[in-house]
Design a protein. Structure first.
Length: 300
């Protein structure tokens, strides 16, 4: 198949290269010249403008968009006038599913198909394949099957059509919420092991033990083991954890649906807490303990 990849950051470029290796012809565009140059070196057909990229595609056109959630509408505004009825736009980024539903309805008015692909796999996707959660019209998704089969770990696994427009991004949102909880549990468990100084436990050794036969074995544990092998004491790493936004969306959705999700919620709050170098709340807790119990206050 022939398609355009718009957005050649690390994920977009890796996906484009995997598609190219799979026999598809990929045209790529990115506003950054360096990104375009690097993509060209990886076998991706590069043009110096969005207009030239779209013009090079056969009809019906397929355009895969891999841009940050905050610039999806801007990208679609630039793309829409260049497309014709029957063309398909795939959003493979981490868009909010409600925005995806709105965008899908908007593009449908112009006769365009809009498919959302929740995409997981990170930097390993190029070699290992991507997990793809697809939302959109049945016929549009089926027409794209060769692309999904190429990007997935295998043609018959790691991807699926999960529902109508928005369902792909909704499923990926929940996936990321679960990821928050799993990561937090591993982090807390290893922190307890590390604190038990009397046993001098080798954390990387434990991770390796758990990787084989244990009920907690997983890819996240594999990555944890790798990280501990490279840097056993985590020296030079600041205790500051970012969030991409999908954990927040998951918690908000749980509240809207009256679903109890304490683990995901607390894992999100712990990420927010990690950014407080000078926590007023902790200072107030210390002050309260001093007021009611005379407990010593540590001077900062």
């Amino acid at each position: 198949m022939e398609l355009a990849m718009i957005g050649l950051g690390r994920m977009g470029a890796n996906m484009a290269e995997r598609l190219t290796r799979g026999g598809h012809r990929v045209h790529g565009y990115d506003p950054g010249e360096a990104a375009r140059t690097q993509a060209a070196e990886r076998g991706i057909v590069i043009a110096d403008s969005l207009q030239a990229t779209i013009a090079a595609l056969p009809s019906p056109r397929i355009v895969w968009v891999m841009v940050p959630a905050g610039v999806v509408d801007e990208t679609l505004d630039a793309l829409s006038p260049l497309l014709s009825a029957g063309d398909t736009v795939i959003d493979g980024g981490n868009s909010n599913y409600k925005e995806t539903m709105r965008r899908g309805a908007r593009l449908a008015e112009a006769g365009l198909h809009y498919v959302d692909s929740g995409t997981s796999g990170g930097v390993w996707g190029l070699a290992e394949g991507y997990s793809l959660m697809i939302g959109g019209d049945d016929r549009a998704v089926e027409a794209l099957r060769p692309l999904f089969e190429t990007l997935a770990p295998a043609a018959d696994r790691g991807w699926g059509h999960v529902g109508p427009s928005g369902a792909g991004h909704f499923t990926k949102m929940i996936h990321n919420g679960i990821e928050y909880g799993m990561m937090q549990a591993f982090a807390e468990g290893f922190a307890i092991l590390e604190r038990k100084e009397a046993f001098h436990i080798d954390l990387q050794q434990v991770a390796e033990i758990w990787r084989h036969g244990s009920v907690v074995r997983s890819w996240l544990l594999d990555l944890t083991s790798d990280a501990l092998k490279k840097n056993p004491t985590l020296a030079g790493i600041a205790p500051y954890v970012e969030d991409s936004g999908e954990g927040r969306w998951t918690v908000a959705e749980a509240i809207d649906l009256d679903v109890s999700a304490p683990v995901i919620t607390m894992s999100l709050l712990e990420r927010l807490r990690s950014r407080e170098d000078d926590s007023f709340a902790d200072k107030l807790l210390a002050a309260m303990r001093n007021e009611f119990g005379g407990h010593r206050i540590k001077q900062g």
